[in-house]
Ligand binder design. Sequence first.
Ligand code: MCA
Ligand code: AMP
Length: 485
Amino acid sequence: MERYAAALHASGVGKGDRVAIQLPKRMEVLFLHFAILSLGAITLPLNPSFRAGEVEYFLSDSGSSLFVTDEQRFASAESEVRGLREVRTLLVDGAQREGADSLTERLARTPKGFSRAYPAGDDDVALLCYTSGTTGRSKGAMITHRNLISNMLALEAAWEWTAADVLLHALPLFHVHGLNVAAQGSLYAGSTLIMHEKFEAGRAWKALEEERCTLFMGVPTMYQRLMNEWEKRERKPDLRAIRVFISGSAPLTENLFHQFESATGFRILERYGMTETGMIASNPIDPAERKAKSVGYPLGGVTVRVVGEDGSDMPPGDVGEVWIRGDNVFRGYRGMPGKTQESFVKGWFRTGDLGYQDPEDRGRLYLVGRAKELIITGGYNVYPKEVETILESHEAVRESAAIGLPDEEFGEKVVAVVVLKEGKGSLLPEALVEHCKRRLAPFKCPKQIAIVAELPRNAMGKIQKNRIPPIFLGEKLDESNSRGV
Ligand code: MCA
Ligand code: AMP
């Protein structure tokens, strides 16, 4: 890590600078991240499957001064990145080339014993994590050192995390779940990490057994795949070392909760979090106190309110929007004071999640839906607007509407209906899927597209998204024809 800090310092990285990392999951991501923090700079982790246009947006919106990537990704986004004059590029593999320096060469030239002052304070930003936005424009959530530390302390206590733990890490490193909770949480507790580059259910069961793992963290899609794999196996994995299976980032269905317990004997611990707040609530470490469909109780230092539309507290047991306060809550969206202001009311952060607290059970929190128009697919968030913007950038598309449909594997899947411009009726939905795949990370691309004559609207002309699901179940819109993939 020391050498990485020296190499970044030699590249001109200093306090407050944004350094974007777009790399497949590998140890360098962690070395770079901690090196960045130690220089008082800010890590901007990027999904390695982001397309050139997406990368260009994140680099320019964040005002990043350095982009760390590999040859393959640099090659695919080269012209976009070169267009951003203030961004320099450092390649983790390969030699220096026009427009990009080589980290490998920098590391080789770095003398031992680099010392620096650790210039960041509690309220300085450590991480800039982009979350999708209602308008289709992603927002950079500014997460401070205080946010990170308060959450690590709360999780260490809640999950009785110690140096004796061994965590199987199969999550991506570019999100709060994999980076802050799983990786930083483990290192803070002094525990061991077994890193898998990609989640693969068979390999995960093998590692849980052979490495005598005590902890696993995953999104519900991973638990669904672990269950499918379990059922296929004659000899079931030996899980005697396991202490707890933890799930989050998306709702864990009651069905999966019970299915997993009756198969493995383990009751999954579900917790609730958000990029802007880190972890908010968790079921207790005592399995007897874990309940299906509930995300448990607020973590230490986090205060939760359930609020009605008029901003007053709902009576206990009634559904309202979940509002949060605590040292875990981020500083705001970078360069978006308006959006930041809208998200806070008198110091309370509005999550956009709908829930209630059970008065008969010490205010146990249940989430029941979202006030925000958000699709969560396999633990990744997608705002329909971003998909619609890309669909409507196709020269044949007049308008579109994207929604999430229930899906057994991903919880929800992105689908879209599209109205074509006059005379463009021969366009196939497959061509639109291709159009999306070239411009959007694969998880955001619609799994199905239906071409319709008109979007369903109410008398005021507002699109009625609740009338879209039947189109995918084979029903036709009134007076319109539809065809799809
Ligand atoms: C992959 N595919 C998906 C998704 N993942 N489609 C929809 N939603 C997804 N999440 C599609 C790809 O587009 C591709 O389709 C095909 O599946 C295979 O892709 P592959 O990359 O091989 O998939 P995978 O490696 O099997 O990925 C599935 C996964 C992954 C492991 C479940 O999605 C994942 O790691 N999800 C975790 C996300 C996460 O960490 N979220 C935390 C956010 P095609 O071939 O057609 O292109 S942080 C957060 O939410 C807060 C803080 C919190 O509370 O934690
Ligand atoms: P992100 O913006 O990727 O940080 O996703 C945060 C959102 O994921 C939250 O606002 C919730 O809607 C959702 N989420 C996280 N954990 C859970 C959970 N255990 N159950 C239901 N939804 C969850």
